[in-house]
Design a protein around this ligand. Sequence first.
Ligand SMILES: NC(=O)c1ccc[n+]([C@@H]2O[C@H](COP(=O)([O-])OP(=O)(O)OC[C@H]3O[C@@H](n4cnc5c(N)ncnc54)[C@H](OP(=O)(O)O)[C@@H]3O)[C@@H](O)[C@H]2O)c1
Length: 300
Amino acid sequence: MLRILLTGSNGLLGQKIIYALIKRKDVELIATSKGANRTAEKEGYIYVPMDITNHEDVRSVVMKYKPHCIINTAAMTNVDACEQHQQECLKMNVDAVKNMVHICEQEHIHLVHLSTDFVFDGTAGPYKEEDQPNPLSYYAWSKFESEKIVLQSGIDSAILRTIIIYGVVDDKQRSNVIVWTINSLRQQKAINVISDQFRSPTLAEDLADACVQAALKKAKGIYHVSGAETFSILEIVNRTADFFGLDKMFIHPVTTAELNQAAKRPLVTGFVIDKAIRDLEFKPHSLHEGLEIVKQQLEK
Ligand SMILES: NC(=O)c1ccc[n+]([C@@H]2O[C@H](COP(=O)([O-])OP(=O)(O)OC[C@H]3O[C@@H](n4cnc5c(N)ncnc54)[C@H](OP(=O)(O)O)[C@@H]3O)[C@@H](O)[C@H]2O)c1
């Protein structure tokens, strides 16, 4: 029986990992996140509140449950907030990882850590695992720093980099590009949508499955895990509007320069995902299939 400790289980990816793992008879799951459990399903796993910035808290939870593997999805993920609150970002995305790695080293725990396409500068996408990162923002720098801490420690670890995760979460409050588009257009709210940034949107369920495979196979090294198609963000939003029959008149295309966000973003990312397909049985849904899944979940 593989014992997995999950961090950030209230998050978009975290919740999907819970749902993927509770179906399995060969895994015992200890889900952790800050505060109360917000995943609707409460059966089939243990939930423990755990703040990853509280180093002693993390140590005592790990020592109590003795996991074979930690899947670390918890992070400060709002890119502009990271730019504006750098100390908070450093604590969450770097210092907490340093502590976790130290514990994994002492207890011989396999770590599956999440990272981002933002480690790249967006001048040469789609990117392979061995391409050279060049982070443009504080968030991107913090995630690249966390990767180096994990890799240089020598612990057994896999780093799964991903791109724009989308999907429906249980409390239906957290947003992502697809849910934001649907909600805004249903309320006939005008939205500014970037036309000159290109990404490969990733269905949260697909990424969750890749994280589970990485844990089961005790995968090592960096993996690029995203949808197989690359679109401009405007195209993702337009396709979502078409799929749900929503009025595109409320969509206003803007350029990166016009939007002038606090954190700089890479223009063109996208990943070469062959390694994940080969080693992690990764089979990403197309955006159209992903939208179908989102539709079914929203109708529940
Ligand atoms: N979302 C994307 O498009 C994207 C793209 C590339 C990479 N990634 C990476 O993928 C991973 C998962 O992303 P996600 O979108 O699932 O993130 P998310 O929805 O923001 O989830 C992160 C979770 O961590 C929890 N958390 C916050 N502070 C914590 C703390 N101090 N201790 C413990 N848990 C804490 C959050 O709790 P609350 O819900 O209470 O705030 C949240 O539930 C992250 O490492 C992110 O950097 C995400």
